[in-house]
Design a protein around this ligand. Structure first.
Ligand code: PMM
Length: 274
């Protein structure tokens, strides 16, 4: 799945099958509308559909495993049966295992394995790609954990520790993808600093995924009172800059504006190298 730096980043499209995610909560909360949305995102040009059944917005409550799986597994089964590439957005090892059985190709774990001690075993056994996101604690506590000596050095070193542990569990290093975890125990300033230093994260030698889409820190660059969907514009700009910084992929809500952003980058890149 990960490609070379000269290729355009992969588009991972967000499909939250939840009543309470911050931007699209409740919109695709039932199985049929979630499947329809997944097909729509695929047809719009997403490379992979990231299906999640637990909101991770600041302050969100945890969801029970059975409820999480009831939300995501039927959606994953239907999408993968149609040949659509799917990732599971979960920090629960049992849900990751069930999603693997339902055909996902990537396990996207916002906790980087810290929320569930069984996660790395499941990842190693499933042999799937694994996204380890930088994380310090669950939604209720995370903003209190946004303290760093140097956010770039600290996030890099904490992710390096995650990778070392993954390798101990026998996970194939060629299947590990890293993510700075924008907005997770990070202030706006931390997020911008991490974006501005993606090369330092890339220097760990793993593909990097960036998830800035519609996040609150983008309100800084918007007029006061702008609706959340208006954040697709700065998200797209970040996508172009992240492509230039050599990321493997971007996790986004809006595929159409992401495709335009990547077309701009690809044309610019071709102009620069041709
Ligand atoms: N952000 C959210 C959820 N899952 N996964 C990865 N890998 N990276 C992220 O930045 C990330 C994620 C929260 O955003 P959402 O509520 O829009 O899904």
């Amino acid at each position: 799945m990960p490609s070379t730096v000269s290729a355009a980043p992969a588009i991972m499209a967000i499909l939250n099958v939840t009543p309470d995610s911050f931007s699209d909560g409740g919109k695709w909360a039932d199985t049929d509308s979630a499947i329809e949305r997944g097909i729509e995102l695929h047809d719009a040009g997403a490379d992979v559909i990231d299906v999640g059944g637990e909101s991770t917005r600041p302050g969100a409550d945890r969801v029970h495993t059975a409820q999480e799986q009831a939300r995501v597994i039927p959606v994953i089964s239907e999408l993968t049966a149609r040949g659509i590439s799917v990732s599971i957005d979960t920090m629960n090892a049992e849900t990751a295992r069930a999603a693997a059985a339902a055909g996902v190709s990537i396990i996207n774990d916002v906790s980087g394995g810290l929320a569930d001690p069984e996660m790395y075993r499941v990842v190693a056994e499933a042999g799937l790609y694994y996204i380890a996101m930088h994380w310090r604690g669950h939604s209720h506590d995370m903003q209190a954990l946004a303290t760093y000596d140097d956010v770039v050095i600290d996030v890099r070193s904490e992710l390096k520790t995650r990778v070392a542990e993954l390798l101990v569990w026998g996970v194939d290093p060629a299947k590990v993808i890293l993510d700075p975890g924008l907005g997770f125990a990070k202030t706006a300033e931390h997020n911008w600093k991490l974006l501005g230093h993606l090369s330092e994260l890339r220097s760990l030698g793993y593909p990097v995924l960036v998830g800035a889409s519609r996040k609150r820190f983008l309100a800084d660059v918007m007029p006061n009172g702008a609706p959340t969907v208006a954040r697709d514009e700065p998200t797209a700009m970040i996508t172009t800059l992240a492509a230039q910084a050599g990321v493997w992929g971007v996790r986004v809500h809006d595929v159409a504006s992401t495709r335009v952003a990547l077309a701009v980058w690809s044309s610019w890149h071709a102009g620069a190298t041709g």
